[in-house]
Design a protein around this ligand. Structure first.
Ligand SMILES: Cc1cc2nc3c(=O)[nH]c(=O)nc-3n(C[C@H](O)[C@H](O)[C@H](O)COP(=O)(O)OP(=O)(O)OC[C@H]3O[C@@H](n4cnc5c(N)ncnc54)[C@H](O)[C@@H]3O)c2cc1C
Length: 465
């Protein structure tokens, strides 16, 4: 096909075909997928996105939407080698930002961090928070239905989006940029596109919900005997704090041990050794109950749910140190050699079973493998990771990955959980999805894809085999 005709259509400054210049768009964060691309298109307007999609349909050329390139399942990089990657970063305008309303309309290429900053200027928050927020863009966030550490109170990307604008696979525009809270007029197309990982449409803009900014936080790192006790404590806090409980994260001692060993923390955020910790945060909108968390923890101590080793942040610096500890959990494992990871969820009351069964199953494969399950306990979402045996050979450890994956995913399925809680399917989990998803659900998903994208132009070989 004649790529020059696309160059003419867009202008040469919007199309990269030089292999060396393309490289940075082809590598994803975990460097697991290695394919070339036909070209990189960098449109500046929605009309240019439409022109690319129309051209691609005519020339039967596959397209991949790419935002901040922080996705962890290879959805944003090529699977075939002859795709054109569409970079959305230049669609980064704020379309409307009115001080008197609790929503904002922005283009897909705005980063999550930039969106936070704009909301903050109006005394509000856009509460979705993830460690990749400096690069991840609104389009990518919605295409993956991203989660993060505040889902407990505010929901994931899906719950935070009121309206969408997207270019469909034939190049036409879907304008669903509503700010309505209530709209029961047939199928919910916004929610079909959210989480579709660039396989149904290219998101170009979104109307997002904003919330009043909390006036203060109570943050604690609570020593916990076991994940079962963590669940008890979670219920106890939720019963009293309701929606002001904005985070409940579970972290094993192993995480603290390696962060201290590799000097990753300015100060030890804990009040002493414990096999597990819960990072708990309550966000206050006013000063009515300033010591709410402290009171609940005292009661839990009296009821012997928790012991005494609780550290309550006394300053913003201490709070930040606790969150740094949590946010460094993925990174710190890299310092201990190879790791094998699973982003899974189960009903919240099954998290302790998941962890116990998973640790036991992997110990049977090799008792020296070091479990590192951590994450969004309050959402039933655990990053069930394993570090290689100390001093072992990383390559040898990685040969056990298929066995470890099978063992963990079998348990997740048994507990009625999900094989992908946050990161999606992309290329990484498409075989697993084919094996584990309800057959009728998968067939319906494929029928939707074929109807909306009959030429299979948008992100082929992602989600589906
Ligand atoms: C350090 C780190 C921490 C992370 N923490 C979390 C976390 O806590 N929770 C979580 O959920 N995820 C997390 N992620 C994963 C990742 O950041 C999210 O999936 C994020 O939403 C991806 O946004 P992005 O703009 O980088 O999208 P990309 O990586 O560029 O793309 C991801 C997918 O979305 C599609 N896409 C991108 N833009 C568009 C668009 N405009 N229209 C249609 N499709 C599009 C792509 O084709 C691809 O399938 C983390 C990643 C890293 C590296």
């Amino acid at each position: 096909m004649d790529i020059n005709s696309l160059k003419k259509l867009l202008g040469s400054d919007c199309l990269i075909t030089d292999k060396n210049k393309m490289r940075s768009y082809l590598d994803e964060p975990r460097k697991r997928f290695h394919q070339s691309a036909l070209a990189i298109a960098i449109p500046k307007t929605v009309e240019q996105v439409q022109a690319i999609v129309k051209w691609a349909n005519k020339n039967k050329t596959p397209l991949i939407p790419q935002g901040g390139n922080t996705g962890l399942v290879g959805g944003q990089v090529p699977a075939l080698g002859d795709e054109i990657i569409i970079i959305l970063k230049k669609l980064n305008k704020v379309r409307s930002n009115n001080e008197n309303v609790n929503h904002i309309t922005v283009e897909a290429g705005l980063t999550l961090q930039e969106t936070h900053q704009i909301a903050e200027k109006n005394g509000r928050i856009f509460p979705l928070t993830i460690a990749s927020q400096g690069s991840a863009q609104i389009g990518g966030i919605l295409a993956t239905n991203a989660g993060g550490s505040q889902v407990l109170a505010y929901g994931n990307a899906r719950q935070l989006c009121l309206g969408l604008e997207a270019v469909l696979a034939d190049g036409s525009i879907y304008n669903g940029l509503t700010s309505l809270k209530k709209d029961n007029t047939g199928y919910d197309l916004n929610n079909l596109i959210i989480g579709s990982e660039g396989t149904l449409a290219i998101i170009t803009a979104a109307t997002l919900k904003l919330f009043p900014a909390p006036t203060s936080y109570e943050t604690a790192l609570v020593a916990i005997e076991s994940p079962k006790i963590a669940h008890e404590l979670f219920l106890q806090i939720q019963k009293t704090a309701g929606n002001s409980l904005t985070a409940f994260e579970l972290i094993p001692y192993f995480g603290l041990e390696i962060q201290l060993k590799h000097n990753m923390l300015e100060n030890d955020p804990s009040a002493g050794f414990s096999p597990w910790y819960a990072l708990v945060e309550i966000s206050h909108l006013n000063q009515d109950k300033p010591n709410l968390l402290e009171g609940i923890l005292e009661k839990s101590y009296e009821q012997k749910i928790i012991g005494g080793a609780t550290s309550i942040a006394q300053s913003e610096i201490e709070r930040e140190n606790m969150w740094t500890f949590r946010e460094q959990m993925s990174e710190c494992q890299n310092k201990e050699g190879a790791s094998i990871k699973h982003d899974v969820s189960v009903p919240i009351n099954k998290v302790s079973e998941l962890i116990e069964m998973g640790i036991n199953a992997i110990a049977k494969i090799d008792k020296n493998i070091r479990p590192c399950p951590f994450g969004h306990m309050g959402d039933g979402n655990i990053h069930f990771n394993f570090s290689q045996p100390m001093g072992g050979n990383p390559k040898d450890f990685m040969t056990t990955a298929p066995k470890i994956h099978d063992a963990i995913y079998d348990i997740v399925i048994k507990l009625n959980g999900s094989i992908s809680a946050e990161h999606g399917i992309g290329q990484l989990k498409k075989e697993l999805l084919a094996k584990t998803k309800d057959k009728q659900a998968l067939a319906t998903m494929k029928a939707i894809k074929t109807t909306l994208d009959p030429n299979n132009i948008l992100n082929p070989k992602k989600i589906f085999l």
